[in-house]
Design a protein around this ligand. Structure first.
Ligand code: GAL
Length: 465
């Protein structure tokens, strides 16, 4: 089953990992002093999450650290990316620390380190303390960057002796667009303007946390810190110059929105032109703080779409799929009828991943890149105690082939994390959408799928000397 292309086809120091996030797997939502997060609250609102599901128990990872780390070990993961639940550390978002939260992450980090698995830690994977939503208007409030910097400081202080890889924020685009534009993720706001304001505070908060790390910790802890952004590829629908410009514009409104300030010092020009005063401005000091504030380029990538120039939006007012606020971009998105779909109805387009990596390398001067998430949901079935997820293996095989081609053509890609180590709470879709290489049954037993065995083989083959 293992494609010869994948044998020793990656650099010997390439990092192979798996990823999860706190709200999606931990459970223990009210235990040991944890405060509520905006996702705890969001899940209580009827109609927000499929089948009224929530993360109250999730995969019960909070009580199964040893079992889960030994699962990682058995799959051969070299690195594990997880996130810290902010309201477990600061139940009210700021102020006094919850020691039991610190103890929990200490035990997880120790278990990883003792098993030679490198921790990669995300500070914010969407579970904002609910107190901060009420008190300072969450990611819209001017105070949020101070509060985020305090929280980050506490994490560096308590965990930075063992954690050498930090990600400040996971997917600012999703937080801004789905949380403040479409309103389908917490905190559920629907607006055409708020996403740009939230995005602005997210960038400032990221930069403040990095500043704390660099000034107080990096020289002796000797770690690296960056941000993870998500982006789908946008392929021009036709070769017309208008459609090519539309695809480029769509990428700038998606990824460059968050990456340009970090690598170039300000938002892309096209966003300024199209949005005018709706796009906030950075002060000169803020620009200085943000520019250069990432030691690596974290990328989450799942799918691709076709982009065409929109002279007018579709008559029914809809834009297919994951479009951002498409009316601001003058882009129509569609998918090719030839493309196969995952259970999320996301198209499987492996070459889109290679093109995106090349686009990043070209635009940002070939930075070190880590793919911090890539994966797919399928309708997995447990039959006789086994999950034979051939479609997932094919997905990973084809994406990894394209990724290895990107590396061979000079892209500085240093590592790859599968989303996800195990089936988990897939946000508004609940538990029905399964992304894991490990199946989690109704009794929360972990059952590695065929893809877990395949991934183990890939890791082993590529690391043999
Ligand atoms: C990402 C997110 C993950 C996971 C994945 C699959 O956007 O960071 O938490 O849900 O998508 O949808």
């Amino acid at each position: 089953m293992l494609d010869p292309l994948l044998r020793k086809n990656f650099p010997s120091d390439f990092l192979w990992g798996g990823a999860t996030s706190s709200y999606q797997i931990e459970g223990a939502w009210m235990e040991d002093g944890k405060g509520p997060s905006i996702w705890d609250v969001f899940c209580m609102i009827p109609g927000k999450v499929a089948n009224y599901e929530n993360g109250n128990i999730a995969c019960d990872h909070y009580h199964r650290v040893k079992e889960d780390v030994s699962l990682m070990k058995s799959i051969g993961l070299q690195a594990y990316r997880f996130s810290i639940s902010w309201p477990r550390i600061f139940p009210s978002g700021r102020g006094s620390i919850n020691q039991k939260g610190i103890d929990f992450y200490n035990s997880l980090i120790d278990e990883l380190v003792n098993n030679d698995i490198i921790p990669w830690v995300t500070l914010y994977h969407w579970d904002l303390p609910a107190a901060l939503e009420f008190e300072i208007n969450g990611w819209l409030g001017e105070e949020i960057s101070d509060v985020f910097a305090e929280y980050a400081d506490a994490c560096f202080h308590h965990f930075g002796d063992r954690v050498k890889n930090w990600i400040t924020i996971n997917e600012a685009w999703v937080v801004a667009i789905l949380g403040y534009g479409h309103g389908v993720f917490a905190p559920g706001k629907k607006s055409n303007d708020l996403p740009y304001q939230a995005g602005h505070q997210l960038l400032k908060s990221h930069a403040r946390a990095v500043d704390v790390y660099r000034k107080k910790y990096q020289s002796h802890q000797k770690g690296q810190i960056g941000i993870t952004n998500n982006c789908d590829w946008r392929e021009p629908l036709t070769i017309s110059p208008e459609d090519q410009a539309a695809a480029q514009r769509a990428l700038e409104f998606f990824l460059a929105w968050f990456a340009d300030p970090i690598y170039k010092g300000d938002y892309p020009e096209v966003m300024r032109q199209n949005l005018g005063a709706r796009l906030p401005e950075f002060s000169p000091e803020e620009k200085k703080l943000i520019k250069g504030s990432s030691d690596f380029f974290g990328l989450n990538h799942y799918t691709s779409m076709l982009a065409s120039n929109a002279t007018e939006l579709p008559a029914d007012g809809s834009v297919y799929g994951n479009g951002g606020l498409s009316e601001d971009q003058h882009v129509n998105l569609s998918v090719s009828p030839d493309w196969n779909m995952t259970a999320m109805q996301w198209a499987i387009v492996p070459w889109g991943c290679k093109k995106l990596l090349q686009w990043i390398a070209d635009r940002y001067d070939n930075p070190p890149i880590y793919i911090t998430e890539n994966g797919c949901a399928f309708d997995d079935q447990l039959i006789d105690g086994q999950v034979n997820d051939i479609e997932r293996i094919l997905f990973f095989r084809e994406y990894l082939k394209e990724i290895s081609l990107a590396i061979h053509s000079g892209v500085n890609l240093k590592g790859y994390f599968i989303w996800s180590l195990m089936d988990n709470f897939e946000w508004a879709q609940g538990y029905g959408k399964k992304f894991g290489i490990t199946y989690v049954d109704n009794d929360l037993n972990r059952i590695p799928k065929a893809s877990a065995r395949w991934y183990k083989e890939v890791i082993t083959m590529n690391n043999e000397q």
